[in-house]
Design a binder for this molecule. Structure first.
Ligand code: SF4
Length: 562
């Protein structure tokens, strides 16, 4: 029997097999259901166990069982070539290949890539610019997982697009549906003068591990993993199902650089990842994350999508039982370290992802480019790629703040690089409002959205910048629905899309519920509800009022918005 089965599953499968054998005495073999085998066996066995316990599988689980999305690729591409957009079951399967039918918001596909640690090469960004013009709407979005999305893709284009993406050395496999999403890491990895650990090798190892382990495509729901190197610009690992935080252990047999394991982050469900007491060496991270996910595959809820995330297994079991199951999978105990032996992590800088900063490498700099809620045209992407190649080290670093960073720019090329960036329509010197302005796709491209988040975010910025002089960083996050892609709960000010009634006939307009006081990194906190059903047209004045109240009542600039 495969070593991928938990002890509980093995007992169940042995019982199942024994029962089937007994049945053969009185019934023909055809009556016995097959025992799952192969790399899909763990999730099929988990489905069987939950059905046997009286549960009813959700549609997504049935679709996976009827035809695994990877086995459906040839059929899906054949059907797309006829110009047809897929229905719900095949739309779900397409997401395993990184493509989403986003009708009715847009009668087309959206492509989401995978960019480990958010870092790609200049030629890859320039290639994406060409692809979005040839196969999509001519623009790209930088997402809140330091990733790129491309929209308005015709069905006939999806197969050539996926192939040409691979020609660039980029993949989209597993970037949607019930899969492990793009791995994030510290955006300044390797160039940050204060970082404890360069997260790039960790993100790369995890990226290739999950791409090549089919078992890890059997999850009950989506899953996020992040590595934070402990430097100036945070990776927001506390909002992930698994977060690894680089720390320095000061004494004892484990003294040195370690990763603290935090689990269960899902800000849309009001939870940030919590420390487990477990620490590991950097080279152990992939194996530990793999074991955690295998436990989740065995025990995550496949009968209720709202409770199918890791948080709910942790809530039901507690850390002790869960980590015991992880140790069973690993075949060894995990290392616990007393927090008293762990040094405080370096302070983060909420402006590190924007503007010019000296690198750890003498004479070199990074330039954080401010983007309007992550949107970038093909021409702009090609232009930035050229600046990265001509003036920098050729790396383009996407961030969870929906902007990008060009690294390795010598002191003597800074003026040229900044001038070329400005000529492309971007700033490197943002206001505090624009440095922390984050918005999900919104109803211009996502059917779940109640409001046009990107448009309203820019309206808010225009309004408050003209009226309030703010001297501290302020994060304003707009998210279109409870899926919380823009993480409104960790913004200083968060807005979640809501339809706002305007009369007794049931007519509604776009609007938001508002939360305040969220935070991240050393100020990690879930925001508190403040106002409900604010019309979108009134949102800028509400944000202005909050900022004025903060300025009027704070004890000084060092007092945070929280
Ligand atoms: Fe769509 Fe909701 Fe995500 Fe916004 S938060 S992109 S509306 S799913």
């Amino acid at each position: 029997m495969s070593q991928d089965f938990s002890a509980e599953q093995k007992r169940y499968l042995e019982g199942f097999a024994a029962g089937a054998a007994a049945t053969r005495v009185v019934a023909p073999p055809a009556a016995a259901a097959p025992v799952p085998t192969g790399p899909d066996a763990p999730h099929l066995a988990a489905q069987d166990a939950q059905v046997k316990a009286g549960g009813k599988l959700v549609d997504a689980e049935k679709w996976k069982r009827d035809e695994h999305p990877f086995d459906a690729y040839a059929r899906l591409t054949r059907e797309a070539a006829t110009g047809k957009l897929p229905g719900p079951a095949d739309n779900f399967r397409w997401r395993y290949h990184g493509l989403f039918n986003v009708a009715p918001a847009q009668e087309s596909f959206m492509l989401r890539m995978r960019i480990p640690n958010g870092i790609l090469k200049a030629h890859q960004l320039a290639g994406c610019a060409d692809l979005c013009e040839r196969h999509g709407g001519g623009y790209l979005h930088v997402t809140t997982r330091a990733n790129l999305q491309m929209r308005e893709i015709r069905p006939e284009s999806v197969k050539p697009l996926l192939e040409e993406l691979m020609d660039l050395g980029l993949v989209a496999r597993g970037s949607g549906a019930d899969n492990i999403r793009n791995v994030t890491g510290s955006p300044l990895a390797g160039i940050d003068p204060t970082e404890i650990l360069d997260t790039r090798p960790l993100a790369r190892d995890w990226h290739f591990h999950i791409l090549n382990e089919r078992v890890l495509y059997g999850l009950p729901r989506k899953f996020n993993v992040s590595f934070d190197g402990g430097g100036l610009s945070p990776a927001l690992e506390e909002t992930n199902d698994i977060g690894f935080q680089a720390v320095r252990v000061t004494e004892g047999p484990e003294a040195g650089i370690r990763l603290r394991l935090v689990l269960g982050g899902i800000s849309g469900h009001h939870d940030l990842a919590r420390p487990t007491g477990v620490f590991c060496r950097p080279e152990e991270a992939t194996a530990i994350a793999d074991a955690i996910i295998r436990v989740f595959i065995d025990h995550g809820d496949r009968t209720n999508r709202n409770r199918a995330r890791l948080k709910y297994v942790l809530d039901a079991w507690g850390f002790d039982r869960f980590l015991g199951a992880v140790e069973d999978k690993l075949g060894r105990t995990l290392t616990r370290i007393d927090e008293a032996l762990v040094a405080p992590r370096p302070a983060t800088d909420r402006y590190a992802h924007v503007g010019v900063h000296p690198q750890r490498q003498a004479g070199l700099n990074w330039i954080g480019v401010v983007m309007a809620v992550g949107r970038i045209t093909g021409d702009q992407a090609r232009g930035l790629a050229a600046v990265a190649r001509d003036c920098g080290d050729g790396d383009v670093r996407l961030t969870v703040w929906q902007n990008l960073i060009l690294s390795g720019v010598p002191d003597g090329r800074l003026a040229e690089a900044e001038a070329r960036i400005a000529a492309l329509g971007f700033s490197t010197r943002p206001t505090p409002i624009r440095a922390g302005l984050v918005a999900c796709t919104g109803n211009a491209g996502c059917k779940f959205a109640a409001s046009n988040t990107k448009k309203h975010a820019l309206e808010i910025a225009d309004h408050v910048e003209a009226r309030v002089t703010i001297d501290v960083p302020v994060n304003i996050h707009l998210t279109g629905c409870h899926h919380s892609c823009a993480q409104h709960y960790i913004g200083d000010i968060g807005l979640i899309g809501a339809r706002v009634p305007v009369n007794e006939d049931g007519d509604t307009v776009e609007g938001y519920d508002m939360v305040v006081g969220g935070g991240f990194a050393e100020q990690a906190r879930i925001g508190r509800p403040l106002w409900k059903a604010v019309k979108a047209e009134d949102a800028p004045r509400h944000v202005e009022a909050l900022l004025r109240a903060y300025l009027a009542h704070r004890t000084g600039p060092s007092e945070s918005f929280q």
